[in-house]
Design a protein around this ligand. Structure first.
Ligand SMILES: *[C@@H]1O[C@H](CO)[C@@H](O)[C@H](O)[C@H]1NC(C)=O
Ligand SMILES: *[C@@H]1O[C@H](CO)[C@@H](O)[C@H](O)[C@H]1NC(C)=O
Ligand SMILES: *[C@@H]1O[C@H](CO)[C@@H](O)[C@H](O)[C@H]1NC(C)=O
Ligand SMILES: *[C@@H]1O[C@H](CO)[C@@H](O)[C@H](O)[C@H]1NC(C)=O
Ligand SMILES: *[C@@H]1O[C@H](CO)[C@@H](O)[C@H](O)[C@H]1NC(C)=O
Ligand SMILES: *[C@@H]1O[C@H](CO)[C@@H](O)[C@H](O)[C@H]1NC(C)=O
Length: 481
């Protein structure tokens, strides 16, 4: 999920994660890059290595990123965005994609590509069926092109899907089946995945179960029990992840592919932007998940090691907030590669932080804040706050978020600073008709961090520019006054 719509059915929507019992040798993460300022790929690859993360899932096949993984020993899933699916309904173009984006990287000491993600949650109901016709042909063409290039034994095409592609009318896993409107399509897909010995990639988000349903039992979103277990054919389910995962297992059984491999493509917990998105609950979620992965017990219907990609690696401040303000806060690291909370990949729950990113270069320690003396009437600042937030990221100001306790002046300063940093501390970006001023005094207070941006690694800045959404600006505008 994370990438777009948000629904999933009422009760069973969850998550997961994977790595090996003793050495944690198969822990994956999602590396998304929808941010205004991104870390150098080489810094990110070192971050992965330093923390023993050895599988990574990408959302495209940008060679800048993929090249950085050469020789790292990290297993890679490259991706094809939904908007390109139609293009690869042409076998010729699919073949060309494989040459340029896979074969090219497979030299000795190159990139260890294992999967190609064809689309990303293309069947979300919020897409109104836009990708229903083009996804299967693209999957089939890409796999065929991989096979013909001689990579088919090692590199598999698949489709990361949201858990909303299956459902259970009763919420019992054993009533699981593929969603009615796409059932025939899903059966075609899983048969191909099975035939090609690929895997079903599913994104499961317990956080969203909670977010979407105020009556959802909180404890059921985590892994340490506490709630009432639900019973299904003699199996006790103590958390929504297991129940959701096993609903998929039932759907696969009914589709005639009971042994199709399952990978959890995304699982995680956001740390800001909602009342349940905070460091404490994220830590609880990951502690439980990492312990579960280390146990190697899997789920009731799929005992054994779980294969999991955490979502996500680093916060992304340009993601759409349509699903909620938390969308920009899924990282296990902040935007600059600093770890957020203690996290122990060995699953032993040790109270230690992950290794931070090394070699990050920041802008100067300067902030832009409200110049109270220049303001006669606070109504004057409204349009400027609106503009600043629309063109940066004010998702930490909302209800239940890390900066929600600021006073009105603090709110304005926060907005001004986020815009100023987004604009690489351009002096003009702290003008606001004379109402902003630059200071070298750290403006952070309590839980609320006023960030200083990094020097951007470049590339991605172009093209995003000032186009955020306007949505948060409007929200803030409404709430401020
Ligand atoms: C390779 O992937 C990139 C990024 O996903 C894409 O822009 C490019 O068009 C692809 N190359 C070909 C030949 O399709
Ligand atoms: C889907 O349909 C709804 C309602 O008709 C519309 O608001 C939305 O923009 C559409 N989404 C897409 C991705 O086409
Ligand atoms: C998909 O194909 C069907 C049947 O050919 C057609 O009715 C529908 O409009 C197509 N959908 C899209 C989004 O192109
Ligand atoms: C500003 O203060 C916050 C919290 O007190 C701290 O985390 C942050 O590193 C400081 N920023 C700089 C640039 O010193
Ligand atoms: C502030 O400005 C607004 C709009 O210009 C005006 O309606 C309001 O009365 C002013 N408030 C004060 C206290 O002057
Ligand atoms: C600051 O902004 C937030 C988010 O818009 C709002 O909830 C809060 O009430 C504001 N505080 C004041 C004092 O205006």
């Amino acid at each position: 999920m994370a990438r777009a719509g948000a629904f999933v059915w009422a009760f069973l929507s969850v998550v997961l994660l994977a790595f090996n019992t003793s050495h944690g040798d198969a822990l994956g993460v999602n590396w998304g890059t929808q941010a205004s300022h991104i870390l150098q790929p080489s810094i990110v690859v070192r971050l992965l290595k330093d923390n023993g993360i050895n599988k990574v899932k990408l959302f495209d096949a940008d060679s800048w990123t993929v090249n950085a993984l050469a020789g790292s020993g990290i297993e890679v899933m490259v991706g094809i965005p939904n908007k390109d699916l139609q293009r690869y309904n042409s076998y010729k173009k699919a073949k060309h994609w494989v040459e340029k984006n896979v074969t090219k990287h497979l030299y000795d000491g190159g990139v260890d590509i294992r999967y190609v993600a064809v689309g990303n949650e293309p069947f979300l109901t919020s897409y109104n069926g836009s990708f229903l016709n083009t996804t299967f042909p693209a999957l089939s063409n890409i796999q065929k092109a991989l096979d013909e290039a001689g990579h088919g034994d090692k590199i598999k095409a698949t489709i990361p899907l949201n858990a909303d592609v299956y459902e259970s009318a009763t919420n019992k896993p054993s009533d699981g089946q593929f969603r009615k409107d796409i059932k025939d399509l899903m059966i075609k897909i899983v048969k191909l995945l099975h035939e090609k010995k690929s895997a079903f990639v599913v994104n499961i988000y317990p956080f969203l179960s909670l977010y979407q349903n105020p009556d959802f039992p909180l404890d059921f979103a985590f892994f340490n029990g506490g709630g009432n277990p639900t019973e299904d054919k003699g199996v006790q389910y103590t958390n929504v992840f297991d129940a959701n995962h096993d609903t998929l297992v039932w759907a696969l059984r009914k589709a005639g592919v009971p042994d199709l491999k399952i990978l959890v493509g995304e699982i995680g917990w956001p740390t800001d932007g909602d009342k349940n998105a905070n460091l404490k609950l994220a830590r609880r979620f990951y502690d439980g998940l990492l312990k579960k992965l280390a146990d190697g017990k899997g789920t009731p219907l799929r005992p054994g090691r779980l294969d999991v990609y955490l979502f996500g690696l680093i916060d992304e401040n340009m993601k759409s907030v349509a699903p909620g303000s938390f969308e920009r806060h899924w990282g296990i690291f902040f935007f600059d590669g600093k770890p957020k909370f203690p996290m122990d990949f060995s699953g032993k729950g040790l109270d230690k932080f992950l290794e931070p990113a090394k070699g990050v270069i920041y802008l100067e320690p300067k902030w832009c804040v409200l110049n109270r003396d220049a303001v006669k009437n606070m109504t004057q600042v409204e349009p400027f706050v609106n503009y600043a937030c629309s063109n940066s990221d004010c998702t930490s100001l909302g209800y239940g978020s890390s900066c929600n306790n600021l006073d009105q002046n603090g709110n304005v300063s926060y907005a001004f600073n986020m815009y100023f940093q987004m604009q690489n501390q351009d002096v003009e970006a702290c003008n606001f008709n004379g109402m902003g001023k630059i200071t070298t005094k750290n403006a952070s207070t309590g839980t609320c961090l006023f960030p200083v941006q990094m020097m951007s690694a470049g590339e991605k800045l172009i093209g995003y520019g000032v186009s955020v959404t306007g949505f948060m600006g409007l929200v803030l505008f409404g709430l401020l006054w």
